[in-house]
Design a protein around this ligand. Structure first.
Ligand code: ATP
Ligand code: MG
Length: 284
């Protein structure tokens, strides 16, 4: 099968001197669910940003569906960004637009650029609006369609960002610490939505996460970066202390403590809401 994404010898050197990503060889298949872990500064965001060409790699080659996109520009690059969508810790919505308009921007895909935003409404058909509402419904916030993006909670904003990628029919969602700014309940919902979109829509998801146990519950493939080098590519089932120690070194305790603390907060919140423990594999 042709991989959805394929990196060969991919590298990133910032300002001609700092090597943030080194000689990365990796293939991501359609519909995969992958978590990327590693210490702060390991190169996780750099890797994801190169995958949708927000950053231009300084070495190597990147392919999408077998096509070299390392130097894609113009309409070809817009098409790459439509297919390889990204959500961020800080959501990156257009604050002056409504929730629905933010999602409709996704339907623009490669048709138009954001420069045309002021005349946004005239550009959308009834079908576009129906599709955008359907995508909001998929992430459970159809009722918020008319609100301004800034009126929403962090968790709701992240759901809008995900709905926008559904609307643009992305083949892969790159999520850069999508729950880092969220309270436990919203974090649980957002990870659940990403999982649902992967399972029911077949959209591949690659997410950077700081919490090891959330990563292992969410993904079945775990990639580990250390100092810009991929030192681990394993199934979640095979992740063990030796691998984690290799990845985190003397920060392992810290990583696991953060993980435990976030998980227990999610469990507590879930218990509080449900009145009993319902934190299961399916919850994330
Ligand atoms: N624009 C930039 N210019 C110079 N150095 C950069 C730039 N962006 C990132 N770096 C450096 O590259 C390295 C990798 O950064 P990156 O943001 O990819 O790490 P990360 O694994 O995502 O870290 P975190 O977990 O803290 O988000 C870091 O040492 C960072 O300081
Ligand atoms: Mg990062």
């Amino acid at each position: 099968m042709t991989p959805l994404l394929k990196a060969t010898g991919l590298g990133m050197t910032y300002a001609g001197q700092f090597v943030a990503l080194r000689d990365l060889d990796i293939e991501i298949q359609p519909g995969e669910r992958v978590a990327v872990i590693g210490r702060s500064g390991a190169g996780k965001s750099t890797m994801l940003r190169i995958f949708n060409r927000l950053l231009n790699p300084t070495a190597g080659c990147l392919e999408l569906d077998g096509k070299d996109i390392t130097h894609a520009q113009g309409s070809e690059l817009r098409q790459v960004r439509r297919r390889v969508g990204m959500v961020f810790q800080q959501f990156n919505l257009v604050s002056r637009l409504s929730v629905l308009d933010n999602v409709l921007v996704g339907t623009l895909g490669s048709r138009r650029g954001l420069a045309l935003l002021p005349s946004l409404w005239r550009q959308f058909s009834a079908d576009d609006r129906d599709w955008a509402m359907h995508c909001l419904n998929e992430v459970g916030i159809e009722n918020l369609a008319r609100k301004r993006a800034t009126e929403l909670s962090g968790g709701q904003q992240q759901r809008v960002a995900i709905a926008r990628l559904l609307a643009q029919r992305a083949d892969v969602i790159l999520a850069d610490e999508p729950i880092a700014s969220l309270d436990p309940r919203s974090a649980e919902q957002v990870m659940g939505i990403l999982r649902m979109i992967n399972e029911t829509h077949g959209v591949a998801v690659i997410t950077n996460l700081h919490q090891v146990d959330i990563a292992t519950r969410f993904a079945y493939r775990i990639i580990g970066l250390r100092d810009g080098v991929m030192v681990m590519d394993t199934s979640a089932d095979h992740l063990n202390d030796a691998l984690l120690e290799h990845l985190y070194g003397d920060q392992l305790d810290e990583a696991q403590a953060e993980s435990r603390s976030i998980s227990s907060r999610i469990i507590n919140e879930t218990q509080r809401r449900a009145g009993h423990a319902v934190f299961t594999q399916a919850a994330l």
